[in-house]
Design a protein around this ligand. Structure first.
Ligand SMILES: NC(=O)c1ccc[n+]([C@@H]2O[C@H](COP(=O)([O-])OP(=O)(O)OC[C@H]3O[C@@H](n4cnc5c(N)ncnc54)[C@H](OP(=O)(O)O)[C@@H]3O)[C@@H](O)[C@H]2O)c1
Length: 324
């Protein structure tokens, strides 16, 4: 019998329960996965609270992990028993064993260990589509990155530097400022104590940034818009401080004919070709050492509730890995 972290109702971290669950047998196109490392993502918090609905309850949460194929169902040809694999955006990851569609899995090269894979798949593919598709960064662009010492932020800043950007990172403490610098940020703003837009105008000699990659949401909406150059882009890709409910579209004209996007990784990995392209690019960056994956903290999978509390309290840095 396997254990999973499930919710029977949406709510606070106490809603997460460690329970015995039979994973079942793989059907056509599916595999049974023995999971060795599970990624913790802010999306898991939105799903736990009900901001992102997860369908019928009880439900095992978590959307990202790495592990070993323990058994394959009929008509599975892409992976075999014993293969080391990882995935993102597949609900049910907080488990020792799980069933998953084989088409969601990416084979891991020997240079990438299981914990690194669980720490990077979702956050790394997100950084990749943000930088290459949502607003394709060009050499010389000055960009603004919220939560620059967090999971997505750490990868995004390093990758943006490789693309030739000047990076302004925003963080919530002086310890995180050191991490943001190590991620390659040219300038760091402590947004608990400093005025973001004012500092951005100083740094850019009044011009503003080409893009703000904003995962904080409601609390930084205005600062992001006020930091953009004329025709700049706000890529609002998360809601760590709460969902945006008050964007008046007319403001975009007043502040310089601005663009706003609200993208999701699901769109950018919606078929096998897109998933393989995105994951392949990320794996190459990590394998070659160009992008480092910083695992800031580990928890036992059964202690996932505490990991959620720490993530929500802004106590985590880099990626967080849960060990089954
Ligand atoms: N749209 C997509 O495709 C997509 C995919 C993946 C992730 N995301 C989003 O990307 C963001 C980052 O995800 P992650 O898993 O890597 O998390 P994370 O960045 O490691 O953690 C969230 C960080 O947000 C900052 N924050 C600012 N205000 C906050 C508040 N009121 N409450 C909590 N945190 C606050 C904190 O950093 P400071 O203390 O430095 O402010 C905190 O550490 C999340 O918003 C997530 O939803 C979006």
């Amino acid at each position: 019998m396997s254990h999973s972290i499930r919710i029977h109702q949406t709510g606070g971290a106490d809603a997460l329960k460690w329970e015995k669950v039979d994973p079942g047998k793989p059907a056509k196109g599916q595999v049974l996965l023995k999971q060795t490392a599970v990624g913790l993502n802010f999306i898991d918090v939105y799903q736990r609270t009900g901001l992102y609905p997860v369908g019928e309850l009880p439900q095992t949460l978590g959307v990202e992990a790495a592990g070993i194929v323990a058994a394959v169902g009929p008509e599975v040809t892409s992976v075999s028993e014993g293969d080391r694999v990882a995935y993102a955006m597949a609900l049910g990851a907080y488990s020792e064993f799980r069933i998953i569609d084989a088409e969601r899995l990416i084979q891991l090269p020997e240079q990438i260990d299981d914990q690194t894979a669980a720490a990077m798949m979702l956050r790394g593919m997100t950084a990749r589509y943000l930088l290459k598709s949502s607003y394709p960064v060009r050499p010389g662009d000055t960009i603004l990155v919220m939560a620059a010492a967090g999971g997505v932020g750490s990868i995004l800043c390093q990758w943006a530097k490789l693309l030739g950007a000047e990076v302004i990172g925003c963080v919530g403490s002086s310890d995180k400022a050191i991490i943001a610098k190590a991620n390659g940020c040219d300038h760091v703003i402590d947004y608990r104590n400093e005025d973001i837009a004012k500092r951005v105008r100083e740094i850019t000699y009044g011009e503003g940034v080409a893009v703000s990659y904003d995962s904080v949401g409601q609390a930084t909406l205005e600062a992001s818009l006020d930091s953009l150059r004329a025709t700049g882009s706000l890529i609002s890709y998360g809601s760590a401080s709460g969902a945006i409910t008050n964007l008046n579209i007319g403001v975009l004209a007043q502040k310089g004919s601005l663009y706003v996007q609200r993208p999701t990784l699901a769109t950018y990995t919606r078929n096998r070709l897109l998933l393989e392209t995105c994951a392949g690019d990320l794996i190459d960056m990590v394998k070659s050492g160009q992008v480092r994956i910083h695992i800031g903290q580990h928890y036992a999978l059964k202690d996932t509730a505490q990991a959620h509390r720490d993530l929500e309290a802004r106590k985590t840095v880099g990626s967080t890995v849960l060990i089954p």
